[in-house]
Design a protein around this ligand. Sequence first.
Ligand code: CDP
Length: 788
Amino acid sequence: MTLRTSPEVGGMGHSIKRKEDPRFIRGKGTYVDDVVLPGMLYLDIVRSPHAHAKIVKIDATKAMAVPGVLAVITGQDLAKYNLHWMPTLMSDTQMVLPVEKVMYQAQEVAAVLATSRYAAADGAAVVEVEYDPLPAVVDPHKALEPGAPVLRTDKKDKKDNHIWHWEWGDRAATDRAFAEADVTVKEQIYIPRIHVASIETCGCIAHFDKVDGKLTVWMTTQAPHAIRTVFALVAGHVGLAEHKIRIISPDIGGGFGGKVPVYPGYVIAVAASVLTGKPVKWIEDRMENLQADSFARDYHITAELAGKKDGTLTALRIKTLADHGYTDAAANPSKFPAGLFHVCTGSYDLKAAHVEVDGAYTNKPPGGIAYRCSFRVTEAVHTIERMVDIMAHQLGQDPAAFRMKNFIRPEQFPYKSALGWEYDSGNYGGALQKAMDGIGYAELRREQAEKRKRGELMGIGISSFTEIVGAGPSKHFDILGLKMFDSCEIRIHPTGKAIARFGTKSQGQGHETTYAQILAEELGIPAADIQVEEGDTDTAPYGLGTYASRSTPVAGAAAAVASRKIIDKGRKIAAHLLEVAPEDLVYEPGKFSVKGSPNRSKTIQDVAFAAYTNHPQGMEAGLEAVSYYDPPNLTYPFGSYICVVDIDKGTGEVKVRRFLAIDDCGNIINPMIVQGQVHGGLTMGLAPALFEEISYDEFGNVQGGSFIDYLLPTAVETPKWETGHTVTPSPHHPLGAKGVGESATVGAPAAIANAVVDALWHLGVRHVDIPITPPKVWKLLREKGVTE
Ligand code: CDP
């Protein structure tokens, strides 16, 4: 991409330093827990030790005797205001506090309000709850068996634990393709339950001002406007109208989708503040965060791939069981209960495909959030990339050559997939070739062959993924009815400086920098002169927030469109100043000049000043614009990752020796930030591939509920990432950009899993579920007689 602006202006393509970092690296960020208000009260939550139990009695006597404890709030208290249940993002219902029974271990049972955090915790420790345990349903397959205990007894007509059945694609054509196939492969793939484990846990401060009747909530939310509307809809009957609700999302220490849902703690804090008229703070601890907040993944997949003898892929068939815990609180666009899982044909030119997904209730925490992922695209990518690898190995073909043969070709874009998506642009072969050249693929294969002769286990894994980000076009995309547009409002001050506000909310991605760069690119105003604000519903324009890598594709586009409205008005002002017709001016970033007389020109700063001091008669003063951008399509970033692993035969440990990621997110706004996003994303892809899993024992006891059991990779376990990129602009995005925030998280696990299986295939191993832990591999090696 050619640079249109100087480094001083810092438009697109410049690796300018992040504007937000001076406050972060000096410890001067403002996170929710940094906000302290006079007279603030504190909330702590009593949680269930049982996965499924009736509540017989809650005795608050001892808790009320703890100095500083003011109240113990139960489901019965909330029921008086009809606030004991709330809607989930998927229009299911979730308990705020239970009245009859608990449905998972660590579920909220009661809340203690006190004058200090410590008093609240001491009070919570002595609330006495009498339970009558019920059988726990942990396995989603068993949950759907006839005779399984029905969990959602609150739903009058519910006779089983089945939530929904959803299918997509042409079943008949797919079945036909399978019947006609020369070769088919089938595999059971489990993508386990994991957690975003952001550095900052969730929390809020709710402050209801009884005098002006206004509720202000500082909250760890990725979608402040949507939260405001949901609060107004759910609590309108107790007097909370939308204009009297202000949500402020300050600095966020990592969201990754985990800060999209409304958690019971938020609602209890709001209720407590409305009742007391005092600010109420609730901040989760780490174990509460891991054990009770929305999980990600938990898909039990049966996938089949069909092809011809020569290695041409023809069809894909998938059946999936989605474990949603006790309520479907997945963060998905309403129309798609399995998110965008049906982008699972991936980068391949498959002529037929059919996908079925069934949701099941179990005694586990709710969720199904888009963990650094566009609503289940990670599950989709993992499935297709594993299956393609299995087919290549089955046919005895090189996995790289096999992919090259089956990729959608550049000239096929815009490409309509068998499952109905219209991919905007791509050059998959280009990315894979660059990755192969960069890592020295042919040489690595030679090395592998040598090592195999010596009995050493080395594997090379490829993941050539296609992402789908930028939800989304309002025709198909809404959350609880709210269309998924996003917004940018720009005001240029008389001295040529600017403020731009957005409906999204950064959680560490660097929006203050990159949005300013988009404005700099369009307006020619230096990025340093542009203040970017997000996250305050009283000031920012309405938007659906930041998740699923939608900020650049949607709000970034809004920034370009709003800037162009400013230029349109600026052109008229410049024409007035230069005494020419607007059409006689040419525009380059930051400057209007007269056609044929480049010396006769006005800068954007001249124009801004004139907008307030010397604007043409009949024109409104000021230089402002707003755009609510409804994208015509999603963007389809892609990449090819190659991973090299060595496996220790004695311990089963998988060592990632090299990992090269070639990403394509169209035109790049800030190369340094993109590289940072990829680095972070790769580590977040390494994590579920080798370490992370939240599992449950047969009683529904959570395993992996603290950082002792839930293993995150640290710098020690993280390999040196090698990165690079290709550039294939999006044809419909005003800047040619696509999202990038989640690409690496989505693409990396399959590359690692494929490398492990590549190392073990000759031993008869076809598949290993992630996380690929040393005990799992060691057991396999023992079974195959490789180790003792
Ligand atoms: O929605 P979210 O911000 O998480 O994801 P994104 O739109 O993929 O952007 C992540 C970060 O990378 C933002 O700071 C973007 O501005 C930046 N980015 C970029 O510099 N160039 C792109 N083509 C895409 C994203």
